[in-house]
Design a protein. Sequence first.
Length: 55
Amino acid sequence: MNDQPILGSITSISSQQLVFTDHFGYELIAKRQANDTLSFYDDADEKNYLFVLTE
């Protein structure tokens, strides 16, 4: 936040999903959608971001 590190911890991890919870209680959720697709959900901004990996 504001170009400063955010304190938090990984609160859940599996082969399909990783959840990072910051010290405010907001979550960043990285989820594998398909072999070439990854989604990120930012709980603080209530936004989803989709990344498609290409060569």
